[in-house]
Design a protein around this ligand. Sequence first.
Ligand SMILES: C[C@H](O)c1c(Cl)cncc1-c1cnc2c(c1)CCCN2C(N)=O
Length: 412
Amino acid sequence: RAWMDADFRRQLSARRERVEDAFEFEGRKVGRGSYGQVFKTKPRSCADAPAGDYALKQIEGSGLSMSACREIALLRELKHPNVISLKQVYLAHETRQIWLLFDYAEHDLWRMINFHASAKKCNSQVSLPPNFTKSIMHQILCGIHYLHSNWVLHRDLKPANILVMGATSPERGRVKIADLGLARLFHQPLTPLTEIDPVVVTFWYRAPELLLGARHYTKAIDLWAIGCIMAELITDKPLFYCKQEEDIKTSSPYNRDQLERIFSVMGFPSQQDWRDLPHLPKYGDLVRNFGTGQQYARFSLGRHMSRSFGMSETSPEFRLLSRLLAMDPLRRPSAREALEDRYFLEEPRPAADVFNGFDIPYGKRDFISDSSDNKDDLARQQQSQPVHASLQQYQQSHQQALLLQQQQQQLS
Ligand SMILES: C[C@H](O)c1c(Cl)cncc1-c1cnc2c(c1)CCCN2C(N)=O
């Protein structure tokens, strides 16, 4: 620092644009997680940013951590319609805070799926286009195909990281893959030892080879997570839901309960299914805990999906799902091969707006007050939003639309 004379530094800091000068974010916090916290902001009139909503993500901690640096470096290079685009980086030198500016996405699959699950419980139907799941899946695969062809792995795909642009955005209904904070270029899979995330890190989307100690992340690991997301979009339930013991601080990647859940849905992998299984580091633990897996002999994905959802094992939807959820990573399709699957070629075709012009039934994100920073409030806040409110709102507006339509029909 000595080489930068004081006067020059004073000039620099005087000229540096401060995030608080450019954006209004007081009381506009919408979320908080392992990544830090996120605000829904608008540019102040003096800022030169185009009008519209932006997401300001304040990175947890201070200084340029390795993962923050990696996320920034990667995001600046990446540009694809289905990958969230980084607009600006602000470094607050006084507090050594890092702020990332993104286009704002009003929705995400985590809240959307919670909404549908709650609507089902209330026995109230929500009307969505028939190609809803297909459109979302197509755009996730397009985004991941772009990342993988740039040798970037996401490594933490889950519904909360799949955003969808809202009605006020010019990109209404477009999917954006977000939170590449954990993205790596083929590095060792670090199990987040002490995830500061109030919602303990879930293993529900973690590929079986990771749970068995695989030492390298691969593209196939992202494709497994996409298969889990597809099943969840279809049934509104996490496919490999496994209760979270509080504070999993284990350092071992081996998670017996999660593996048990996978086998009780998929069946136990035979030598034929997964030739390399015995070579995985935790194979010994597997044999000790599960033996030859006879107790899972009658389970299979087809049985699970037909019993829990009446899905036919011969449908193109099921066939793509079972390819993505191949236990052996070598048998999973690449993103490109998945995009070429018959599922996307047959009617109805995937749409650019996943809502396909239908009303968007989900409410906007709620602002959270700072008092809810302590854990139990936050855990409650993380629960599915008070759906009934936005559900009633949706039904009222929907009823009006239906009435209007009927009146018009009578008139015509
Ligand atoms: C930073 C974040 O990825 C993000 C971005 Cl880059 C752009 N537009 C919205 C968001 C965003 C806001 N809030 C939440 C989410 C996403 C996920 C689910 C959790 N969440 C809440 N508010 O709970």
